[in-house]
Design a protein around this ligand. Structure first.
Ligand code: ME8
Length: 519
């Protein structure tokens, strides 16, 4: 694998980030970090989506300019991603000058080649979706099914993109590439939507929407959000209609766009059509994750249950984001909805990260120090009964990542931890030591430590800080590529002293968490 180009959706900046936004960025960061363990060149793009009527209105309601709102909120997203150790390559803002210029050129090219035309139109516009809705998709009460708000009737002369021209090619592409849409069960939804697809509006009248990129050849119209937003995936790399950059040539097509299920239509119908019109190859996968609910309820401002990701870190007094990352990433099977609850969070991270994984390392190193002064002797090395399961798990985890099964992969890692715990329990090195069977005792400990190195590598994408603490105590090089992992990782000689043993994850304090709930 020479390169891996992965992107997230770019978030609207009409509010601060919540844990639904965080879920997506965590999943993407985990996939990106996993692929750094398989290839040398991973490009991870994220950013913010800053134009449109929603942002214009929010800014007006706060008495500030749209640009001020964008600057303020875009920074909040950046700060949140920093706190969550989201290690992106580039953060794009759709108000970046170079992005705006290229979007204008893309629009101009499509207009000149006849894929975009002007048309007078009356339709039902949902601000939440930032798109026109098909009357047949509304609820019985005439509301947008996602936002439960009545769409406004908009009558305008707009530019339209000839989506219908690409319908057959997109259907063919989806049918002949069964892994294009992940999970596969969503492909049928998309094919159904394609059945009655219409040409789509790609501009709004300036008189109604001022906060947008101007159409180059028509100062009365501004480019409507989706052609602007979707283009970020190529403008970020330096795409240009005349002279695309080397970076673009190297990384495009994207290996995967990670997005939420609500915006699948835009990514698997509109975006492929725009790309076909630009004569560019399509992304390899569109991975649509599910939605995060809070205590089983939909997150919404009106319910007052919107949780910011940094508030979780603060209320549990976490020194790093690993537990939150792990919990979010393992909250739902591929593409399904997940849920956040304080109690479940505590229970899961205490059980998996503190009791199973952290304690295993801590006990094993402590016994090595107690019985052997922290030294691994050559006679401790031999056949490792855990090797087969451990190396098998590496393969299984890789396969899961290839299918974007991030929670499923985490379960396999924990199952390996459980197997190693059982091995310790079954072989009772403390009894072996009491019986003065020191070589056997040393072998059991070394076998576990060798496997802990593999576990640190596998858990690294989810918990980079914990993995680094583990690897340091094991003198293991975390940069080892997954394909180069063996079951022989621990070097003979003095491994560790008592004072260097450090618990890698402290149990989340339940009293502290209870206080935070009451806050
Ligand atoms: O849709 N659970 O922006 P956005 C999980 N700007 N994911 C969630 C979520 C939740 N509760 N709420 C939102 C947009 N998301 C556009 C995207 S891409 C070219 C333009 C996800 O701020 C949502 O599914 O409304 C989307 O993938 C991302 O957060 C941004 O949502």
């Amino acid at each position: 694998m020479e390169k891996y180009y992965i992107t997230t959706a770019i978030d609207y900046v009409n509010g601060a980030p919540h844990i639904g936004h965080a879920y997506e960025k965590i999943l993407t960061d985990i996939i990106a970090r996993h692929y750094t363990q398989r290839c040398d060149d991973v490009y991870f793009l994220t950013g913010t989506d800053e134009h449109g009527i929603k942002i214009q209105k929010t800014a007006a309601s706060q008495g500030i300019s749209p640009k001020e709102l964008c600057d303020m909120n875009s920074q909040k997203f950046k700060d949140a991603w920093k706190a969550l150790d989201i290690d992106y390559t580039k953060f794009i803002r759709t108000t970046d000058e170079d992005h705006e210029k290229i979007v204008q050129k893309i629009f101009d090219k499509l207009l000149k080649q006849g894929d975009i035309y002007k048309h007078s139109y009356e339709g039902l516009y949902c601000q939440g979706c930032e798109c026109f809705l098909n009357p047949k998709d509304l609820t019985e009460d005439g509301l947008c099914p996602d936002h439960l708000k009545k769409p406004e009737v908009v009558k305008e002369e707009n530019y339209f993109f000839k989506l219908t021209k690409y319908k057959d090619a997109i259907i063919k592409y989806i049918k002949s590439n069964p892994t294009f849409i992940v999970p596969e069960f969503r492909a049928n939804e998309v094919l159904n939507q394609l059945e009655d697809i219409q040409d789509i509006s790609v501009s709004r009248a300036k008189s109604n929407v001022q906060w947008g990129i101007d159409v180059l050849s028509d100062s009365e119209q501004s480019i409507y959000v989706w052609i602007d937003a979707l283009s970020n995936y190529i403008t970020a790399l330096g795409f240009d209609t005349e002279n695309p950059s080397e970076t673009f040539k190297k990384y495009w097509p994207a290996d995967v766009h990670v997005i939420g299920k609500d915006i699948l239509k835009f990514h698997s119908i509109y975006w492929p059509a725009f790309l076909m019109a630009l004569d560019l190859p399509l992304p390899k996968h569109i991975f649509a994750h599910g939605w995060i609910t809070i205590d089983e309820s939909k997150m919404s401002k009106s319910l007052g249950n919107v949780i910011s990701p940094t508030s979780v870190l603060e209320s549990f007094n976490l020194e790093h984001p690993d537990a939150f990352r792990y919990y979010m990433a393992s909250s739902a099977p591929c593409g399904r909805d997940g849920n956040y609850s304080d109690d479940d969070f505590k229970e899961k991270v205490n059980a998996h990260l503190a009791n199973s994984m952290g304690n295993l390392l801590n006990r094993t190193l402590s016994m090595l120090v107690k019985y052997f002064d922290g030294e691994v002797k050559p006679e401790f090395k031999g056949e490792n009964p855990l090797a087969k399961k451990a190396l098998g798990t590496v393969q299984i985890v890789k396969n899961h990542f290839d299918n974007f099964e991030i929670a499923e992969a985490s379960q396999e890692i924990i199952s390996l931890v459980d197997a190693a715990n059982k091995y310790v329990q079954d072989n009772a090195p403390w009894t072996l030591a009491k019986e003065e069977k020191m070589i056997e005792c040393g072998q059991v400990l070394t076998n576990v430590l060798d496997i802990m190195c593999i576990i640190s590598a596998l858990i690294y994408p989810y918990c980079p800080n914990i993995a680094q603490d583990m690897a340091r105590q094991l003198s293991f090089d975390l940069k080892t590529k997954l394909d180069n992992l063996t079951a022989d990782n621990i070097k003979c000689g003095k491994l560790i002293s008592k004072e260097d043993i450090k618990p890698v994850f402290l149990r989340v304090d339940s009293e502290l968490a209870d206080k935070s709930v009451k806050k």
